[in-house]
Design a protein around this ligand. Structure first.
Ligand SMILES: [Zn+2]
Length: 657
């Protein structure tokens, strides 16, 4: 999974229910689902095939707040009979004299109205339904196993209205029209996975299909009105897929790869097996791509198809085997696209963040299941980078390949991975493991040394420093140093920006819009040219700074940007409205309509980012009354924790005033 913010760790998998895997192996689940939109319920008929490895008189599935009926069992190929069961403590226990080495099929009907893990929404007045199993437990909407250590082949089916799509893990094998515009749809998997990776999406989508070099179908889903955003949103998908298959050295393990954006998702993306679900905030146009694209999340969730889905960490202690690998391989895929400097710069950023975390006393061992996301993701990635540096590319690659081959469709711990590297390397890695993985402190000096040894760009970046302003700083901005180094100088001494500096790349110009907030006359016309940049961040910053610095020309700036909306969070549009409302002589007849538009963005139908922005602006203007307050109240019970947290904090602030 990839989060918007890396401060909160949500996912800790439990050790406590590991025992059942010792006597039963659930093999296959077939679920025929009825998604009841009106009542936000799911009802289903489910068949579980299982093999007993030990005799026992009771087995269970996790099933949160569910009701069951028609519970039956058949032994081997014999006919079905009623099965005694009890439904307590969010589990369903099946009671039967189960015999060792015998296969059984259990059947039941169930229904649930999930409070989490399955979400019913409206988007543009159309229904949308999606799931999130990691950290939320699939057992809220499908009777399954919270324990990740028993992997199951899941096959989901449903009957749906023809104008909507139903997308699930695996291959879409049946699409049969029934009466009254209904269609029966089935998906089948070939290989097993942990229950937290079970997923489905129901909604209005179109799809575009490509094929990887190895022949795997890549399906890009999009909202019908977004056909022009497909290319920028999914840019590099095919290249990254081909790259990762080659780099990992193990063929993509699933039948196809589907990616579906959903409204108001809880995280940035989630790597459900063969079905990545991601936030539609990453559906971007050509300009949005420059500022906030899906490339990193795309690569991260794709890498999880191997690291997480094919081999799954046995417990929270080894969570880095998922997040660290996904983060590192995503970075390798990005290196293939954006180049070495980008790669080393990202690694440098993690060194700085990790050392800050240690300094603030929040550092942990990588094997601490309570570690921060920063530790699991960035330190995990760093361990792999340092390990590869130590043992060499060839050994590293061979070890990863062997690790995946040996543990495919199974569960792993840190020792499983390290032993494969040791085997290829021919030496013990216990010192490395203690130093880089087990120790509480992150070895940032060693990490920094590795970077300096590997990259001249990093050396230059370190050298360029204007924390203490020197005569060289002006030179840096004029002559050739990397964009990243120029951005650093601009952030440290913004007053050195001259008209010439505007001749730099988009990134450097963006840094000007961010750091040069006092605009001298000498660069005014260059600064105005920032309003034409193909970056909504740059335009937002520049509009605000120009409006503040040159009060007499506010009309000019507002007229120039009146049609710009910005990202999916409407960043430019909302700023424009607020500045307009604060420019009394401009567009005077229109104020009420604009104010209503701003208030409207606090409504439930907009996504969390849009609403948070609108609430913040209204609060800033001391204008969060009736409609805004009532929407804020409703936001407190939203399904997205970011929305809830924000709404509670803001309403507390408002009450204190
Ligand atoms: Zn992840």
């Amino acid at each position: 999974m990839k989060k918007f913010f890396v401060t909160i760790c949500v996912f800790i998998s439990g050790l406590s229910f590991a025992q059942q895997t010792e006597y039963v192996d659930f093999k296959r689940a077939n679920g025929m689902l009825n998604i009841v939109l009106d009542s936000s319920m799911v009802k289903g008929k489910v068949w579980y095939n299982l093999d007993m490895t030990k005799s026992t008189d009771s087995i269970f599935l996790d099933a949160v707040n569910m009701t069951f009926k028609n519970v039956e069992i058949s032994v081997g190929d014999s006919s079905t009979q009623k099965l005694d069961y009890s439904n307590v403590d969010n589990k369903i226990y099946f009671k039967y004299p189960f015999q060792k080495n015998q296969a059984y099929t259990i059947y039941f009907d169930y229904s649930a109205k999930p409070k989490q893990a399955l979400y019913f929404l409206k988007r543009e007045n159309e229904p949308q339904v999606w799931t999130q199993g990691q950290g939320k437990y699939t057992s809220h909407w499908f009777p399954s196993l919270d324990d990740v250590n028993d992997k199951i082949i899941f096959n989901l089916s449903t009957v749906k209205q023809s104008e909507y799509r139903f997308i699930a893990n695996g291959l879409n094998t049946i699409n049969s029209p029934l009466q009254d515009g209904l269609v029966k749809v089935s998906y089948q998997m070939q290989k097993p996975m942990s229950s937290y990776l079970l997923a489905m999406v129901y909604g209005k989508y179109n799809k575009k299909t490509k094929t990887s070099k190895s022949g795997i179908p890549l399906e890009y889903y999009y909202y019908p009105e977004d056909s022009l955003k497909v290319e920028p949103t999914y840019r590099y998908s095919e290249q990254m897929f081909n790259f990762l298959e080659e780099e990992i050295g193990f063929a993509y393990p699933w039948q196809n790869y589907k990616q579906v954006p959903v409204h108001d998702f809880l995280y940035a993306g989630m790597e459900n097996t063969s079905l990545t679900i991601f936030s539609d905030a990453f559906v971007v146009d050509e300009i949005g791509f420059n500022d906030k694209n899906y490339v990193n999340i795309n690569a991260h969730e794709l890498a999880h198809q191997w690291f997480g889905d094919l081999v799954t960490a046995k417990s929270g202690e080894h969570h880095w085997l998922q997040e660290g690998f996904a983060t590192y391989y995503a970075l390798l895929a990005e290196r293939d696209i954006f180049g070495d400097n980008y790669f080393y710069y990202k690694l440098l950023e993690s060194v700085l963040e990790l050392s800050r975390q240690d300094l603030s006393g929040n550092g942990t061992s990588l094997l601490d299941p309570k570690s921060s996301s920063l530790t699991f993701y960035q330190r995990g990635a760093w361990v792999l980078h340092a390990l590869k540096d130590k043992v060499g590319d060839v050994v590293f690659k061979k070890a990863v390949k062997n690790y995946l081959e040996k543990h495919q469709f199974g569960n792993v711990d840190t020792a499983d991975f390290i032993s494969q590297v040791e085997k290829q390397y021919g030496q013990s890695l216990s010192h490395f493991v203690n130093y880089w993985i087990k120790n509480k402190a992150f070895p940032y000096e060693e990490a920094y040394d590795i970077l300096k040894r590997q990259s001249t760009f990093i050396n230059e970046y370190a050298m360029v420093d204007c924390e203490a302003k020197t005569s060289k700083c002006e030179e840096y901005l004029k002559y050739y140093v990397s964009d990243e180094a120029k951005v650093k100088v601009i952030s440290q001494v913004p007053e050195l920006v001259t008209p010439e500096v505007f001749n730099n790349s988009f990134k450097v110009r963006q840094a000007i819009s961010e750091h040069v907030t006092k605009i001298p006359e000498s660069i005014k016309s260059d600064y105005e040219s920032l309003l034409n940049d193909k970056s909504y961040i740059t335009v937002e910053n520049a509009l605000y700074n120009l409006w503040v610095n040159f009060p007499l020309e506010r009309s000019k700036y507002l007229s120039k940007t009146r049609k710009t909306i910005g990202f999916s969070d409407k960043n430019v549009r909302m700023l424009w409205i607020v500045l307009n409302l604060n420019t009394p002589y401009y567009d005077a007849d229109n104020k009420q309509v604009l104010f209503d538009e701003l208030k409207g963005y606090t409504a439930e139908k907009y996504n969390t980012d849009v609403r948070i922005k609108a609430f913040n602006y209204l609060n800033l203007m001391k204008s969060c009354s009736e409609e805004c307050l009532s929407n804020l109240e409703k936001a407190k019970s939203h399904h997205n924790w970011r929305m809830v947290k924000f709404a509670k904090e803001l309403s507390e602030k408002l009450q204190q005033k």
